[in-house]
Design a binder for this molecule. Structure first.
Ligand SMILES: C[S@@+](CC[C@H](N)C(=O)[O-])C[C@H]1O[C@@H](n2cnc3c(N)ncnc32)[C@H](O)[C@@H]1O
Length: 183
């Protein structure tokens, strides 16, 4: 089955976990990949069909990249398509909590649909992201939304701020690219 068809079927059956009607356009994917410029390591969260994974691979071919996707079928597809990347089929918060021991500067690039995720998933994941970013002053999160408002409300707060980086009109629907980093 084609990736777009699989995406639409999953969007229909699990709308809160997918939070989109169409995969990211190449314009959004490129804007997200530009957000990771300077990264020494990248973790992509909620990679789905791999549209942003591909842009990350093209722009940052030598940066070690770990790809996280919850859906087993899509994680399998990503493994086949990007054999040079580490693909983890796991919830994002578990990966980030396990990673927190290290203190490397890492850029998180996320498609997680925070505004539609069930509250338990949203709050657990956003807390894990905030804790992950605190562990190193050069860590940051690149995240897109389909509304001109910050992707999620900071729960722990201390020292992190949202900055709006770009608007991508050539996406369905148009998207805003955000960066969460140290103030
Ligand atoms: C908006 S879709 C991905 C869009 C992606 N940029 C694309 O073009 O295909 C969000 C993805 O996040 C995944 N997801 C949702 N919650 C997750 C979680 N807690 N951990 C990991 N992946 C998650 C969903 O399975 C889905 O693939």
């Amino acid at each position: 089955m084609r990736a777009v068809t699989a995406f639409m079927m999953l969007a229909f059956t699990r709308p809160t976990m997918v939070g989109a009607i169409w995969p990211s356009s190449c314009y959004l994917a490129q804007a997200m990949a530009r957000g990771a410029d300077g990264a020494q390591q990248i973790i992509e969260l909620g990679a789905g069909t791999g549209a942003i994974t591909e842009a990350l691979y093209e722009r940052h071919p030598r940066v070690p990249t770990t790809v996280v996707e919850l859906q087993p079928e899509w994680a399998g597809r990503l493994r086949q398509r990007f054999p040079g990347m580490t693909v983890l089929q796991a919830p994002a918060h578990e990966v980030l909590e396990a990673w927190c021991g290290g203190d490397e500067p890492v850029v998180l690039v996320s498609s997680l649909p925070f505004r539609s995720l069930p509250a338990r998933w949203r709050d657990g994941t956003s807390r894990a992201i905030e804790r992950f970013l605190w562990a190193h002053p050069q860590r940051r999160l690149i995240q897109y939304t389909y509304q001109p408002r910050a992707p999620f409300d900071l729960q722990l707060g201390r020292g992190l701020v949202w900055r709006r980086r770009a608007v991508v009109w050539r996406n369905v629907p148009p998207a805003w690219v955000w960066e969460l980093g140290w103030a």
